[in-house]
Design a protein. Structure first.
Lengths: 301, 186
């Protein structure tokens, strides 16, 4: 069982997440060619002093709503994320909550792409919707498989069920699919076409100034939260020898994030029609088969 | 506290529901409807139906997003960029709405509601799952298949290219000729 967190954790959570996202962005910049660790800060300062741009007949409220909803959804999803054995709120249906907040982020990207009344950003937004369908299904099935293994939708119970064997060990397919689709749901790394260079920044193409900072940092937040959620789901959460729970959570999260950032630098952008077909034809049936195996194991337990 | 939150969410749900028909933009109407449905999800959370509330939030968000995709496929104003109206046949619709409202309100006020028997279950989600997946399993499975068949049928009807375009008139082409190659080597 997870212990209840103190009230100040509600205020601390966004700050901790922002710090983590900042650190990951800096690490990513260090790996990139010719960039320094200070790049995220300099970019943010540059955007703050930038002249804001407006497009003709833009739907400003919807654009603002979309770009603000992205970080808000990421922070709300992190409410059920345990540090060690404590999360801000260990809802009985935490796993469904996490997924629902990810879906909100999905809608947010479409809003941001649609709002500015601009072709390229509209293409970016619609890309994410069409691809998101292919990402969301295996993603949902992978998350469900972990819940099935623990026979509970509570994140704390999923962590407890991994006191012995990590879910990543006996549900490797679900773990792999989760990592892939976590990258895809935060449209980051090899899956960055919704905000890709070929459409001049896609959904983010027309954003400038503070809107752009909010949207892009929201994407980093979402990426960090989605990657960090793989630790309680598949990597045993805070379980581990010697070190306390929070240290294990931090360590495992850092390893997952470092791996994903490193992989991003090794893998080029995946062509979307290829991955989408792979997701529908291979990953979705694979995720169903994995869920079936877990269900049989659980029934025979 | 709970009552205030319930009232606020209810008011917001009704207002954003009305705004669906006031906005002249597809995107605003869609997300106004989503706001309304999210408020309904919040109401369920307040009533202690945690699972149903969160699932409503999840399903409705995805549903509205998918609606935007279908909008591209089926609407005459695909991107939703042009002004449009959500109301058609205004006089007829007003009469129908009025009658429906009067009937429902009369039903609410006049029906002999039964008094509550027993207590609410400790875990409403479990009870709901048992009642849906226990005696009603067959209904749910049939319903699921029917919905799925409808989706597949609409997509099949909407595609311009059929199997004859892909595999030739005698369906004997060794490889499908698709405008875009897929990711599993076909």
């Amino acid at each position: 069982m997870t212990d209840p967190a103190p009230l100040w954790a509600v205020l601390a959570l966004p700050a901790v997440l922002a710090g983590a996202a900042w650190a990951v962005a800096s690490f990513d910049a260090v790996l990139g060619a010719g960039a320094r660790a200070a790049w995220p800060g300099r970019e943010a300062l540059r955007l703050l002093v930038q002249q804001p741009r407006r497009t003709r007949a833009a739907d400003v409220p919807l654009t603002r709503l979309g770009s603000t909803l992205l970080p808000v959804a990421a922070v709300l999803a992190a409410v059920v994320l345990p540090l060690g054995f404590r999360s801000v709120s260990d809802l009985p249906e935490g796993i469904v909550w996490f997924n629902a907040m990810e879906a909100l982020a999905w809608a947010a990207v479409w809003l941001t792409g649609w709002g500015p009344n601009s072709t390229l950003s509209l293409i970016g937004g619609y890309r994410f919707l069409a691809q998101g369908l292919a990402y969301e299904l295996p993603h949902m099935l992978a998350i469900t498989t972990a819940a099935l293994g623990a026979e509970s939708l509570r994140v704390g119970d999923v962590v407890d069920a991994q006191a012995g064997l990590w879910f990543a060990v006996w549900m490797p397919a679900a773990f792999g699919i989760y990592l892939l689709s976590a990258l895809a749901m935060s449209f980051w790394g090899p899956f960055d076409q919704p905000a890709g260079r070929d459409v001049a920044g896609g959904a983010a193409a027309e954003l400038s100034g503070v809107d752009r900072i909010v949207f892009l940092s929201g994407r980093w937040l979402l990426f960090v939260v989605a990657a960090a959620f793989s630790v309680p789901l598949f990597l045993g959460g805070g379980h581990g020898p010697l070190l306390p729970g929070w240290a294990w959570t931090l360590l495992k999260t850092a390893v997952v994030l470092a791996f994903l950032v490193w992989a991003r630098r090794r893998i080029p952008t995946v062509r979307m029609e290829r991955y989408v077909e792979l997701a529908w034809v291979v990953l979705t049936p694979l995720a169903v088969a994995q869920a079936l195996v877990v269900a049989v194991v659980v029934l025979n337990r | 506290m709970n009552d205030v939150a319930f009232g606020l969410l209810a008011a917001l749900a009704v207002v954003s529901g009305v705004m669906v028909f006031r906005f002249d933009s597809m995107a605003r109407a869609t997300f106004s409807l989503l706001t309304s449905l999210l408020c309904v999800g919040g109401e369920m959370l307040l009533l202690g139906l945690d699972y149903l509330g969160i699932v409503t939030v999840l399903m409705m968000t995805i549903e509205m997003a998918i609606m935007a995709v279908f909008m591209v496929m089926f609407m005459m104003n695909p991107a939703g960029l042009m002004p449009m109206t959500m109301t058609h046949n205004k006089k007829g619709a007003a009469v129908i709405c009025g009658i429906a409202f009067v009937l429902l309100a009369a039903g609410v006020l006049l029906a002999p509601w039964p008094a509550r028997q027993g207590k609410p279950p400790a875990d409403p989600t479990m009870d709901l799952g048992m009642s849906l997946m226990g005696p009603q399993m067959l209904t749910m499975m049939v319903l699921g298949m029917a919905l799925f068949a409808t989706i597949v049928a609409t997509v099949v009807l909407a595609t311009r290219r059929g199997r004859y375009d892909r595999f030739g008139d005698d369906l004997r082409a060794p490889q499908a000729s698709d405008p875009v190659r897929g990711g599993v080597g076909r």
